[in-house]
Write a protein that binds this ligand. Structure first.
Ligand code: C5P
Length: 314
């Protein structure tokens, strides 16, 4: 009997050890340590040996708003409310409706040692004109475009594939059925607008007239988390500019959902203006509320550090 007692103890110790090992080795952080952050030669989220990057990149930052993370702290809520125009919208009621209409999943949770996802972030800079980057852009797994940036008629320079389009109400355009609409909620009414676009279509104005309806696939809608905007403004931009530009938000979004990131169509013209590849008149857009030159300096630094590849165009 004492012998069978010792056997039982050994069995219990073994079982507990197996459970502990399975638990430890299934942790993403441990897998990352043992096998690397992804299956590409170099992975964007590999923060080892780079204190500049470590200071800015938070591997736990959550890019997307979900049912689970939609409750905001007071500090975050008020930071967000002050970002653009105050709207008398009940945030809790809006989020309640939001996840009855749109998907409520973290679409990027498959990151890990076995994955090598390449992404092209395509800004709207006039430096894309004559660049012949189209085929190179389309060769990426994901192609993330921004605001109104068109492809039709510009395929040779900007490609034709669009897996994601990042917009806000005032910059919205039609997109095809396979494209993820990614909303940046700069203000609460933007969430209401998104709901309205796919239901009643009654919101046709925020602080300016907006499209009450656009073509897009409701099952592919994603919404950025207000906390992700705050993280970018504070950690990446060290509060330069009032808030980050759509392009810079997209670039940091890509650092969090991709394993390798190529960046196209960033860079002002010789006068510091944000000219567009799809417009003839290139002198009308200053960088507004955004710290345009600081944002570009961060993109250059990321390129220098081989975190991204920045294609500078012509
Ligand atoms: O002009 P728009 O905001 O639609 O452009 C999308 C993004 O592309 C900007 O937010 C900015 O980050 C980037 N851009 C740029 N240089 C330009 C034009 C746009 O870096 N000349």
């Amino acid at each position: 009997m004492p012998c069978s007692g010792a056997k039982r103890t050994r069995y219990i110790i073994l079982s507990v050890s197996v459970v502990i090992c399975v638990f430890i080795f299934s942790r993403p952080s441990v897998q990352r340590l043992l096998f690397g952050a992804c299956a590409c030669g170099q992975c964007v989220s590999d923060i080892a040996h780079d204190t500049w990057f470590q200071k800015r990149y938070d591997p736990y930052a959550q890019p997307l708003l979900t049912k689970k993370n939609c409750i905001l702290s007071n500090a975050l809520y008020w930071w967000w409310q002050k970002l653009q125009y105050k709207s008398r919208v009940n945030y809790n009621a809006v989020t309640e409706m939001l996840f009855g209409i749109f998907p409520n999943e973290e679409d990027y949770s498959d990151a890990g040692p076995g994955r090598c996802r390449t992404c092209a972030v395509v800004g709207n800079s006039g430096n894309l004109k004559g660049s012949h980057y189209g085929a190179l852009i389309d060769a990426h797994d994901l192609v993330i475009r921004i605001n109104k940036g068109p492809t039709e008629g510009f395929e040779r320079d900007v490609g034709s594939k669009t897996s994601h389009r990042i917009i806000y109400p005032e910059s919205a355009v039609d997109m095809d059925n396979s494209t993820h609409l990614v909303l940046i909620p700069f203000k609460t009414v933007d969430l209401q607008w998104l709901i309205s676009v796919f239901t009643t279509k009654h919101i046709d104005r925020t602080y300016v007239p907006v499209k009450p309806s656009i073509k897009a696939n409701r099952d592919k809608v994603m919404i950025l988390h207000p906390g992700f905007l705050k993280y970018i403004q504070e950690r990446w931009l060290q509060k330069h500019g009032r808030y980050p530009s759509t392009g810079f938000i997209t670039l940091i979004f890509a650092l969090h959902i991709c394993d390798q990131v190529s960046v196209f169509g960033f860079g002002a013209d010789e006068n510091g203006n944000w000219h567009h590849y799809f417009e003839q008149n290139k002198h009308h857009h200053n960088t507004g509320n955004h710290g345009g030159s600081y944002e570009y300096s961060i993109a250059l630094k990321l390129h220098e550090k081989k975190r991204i590849h920045l294609y500078k165009g012509w």
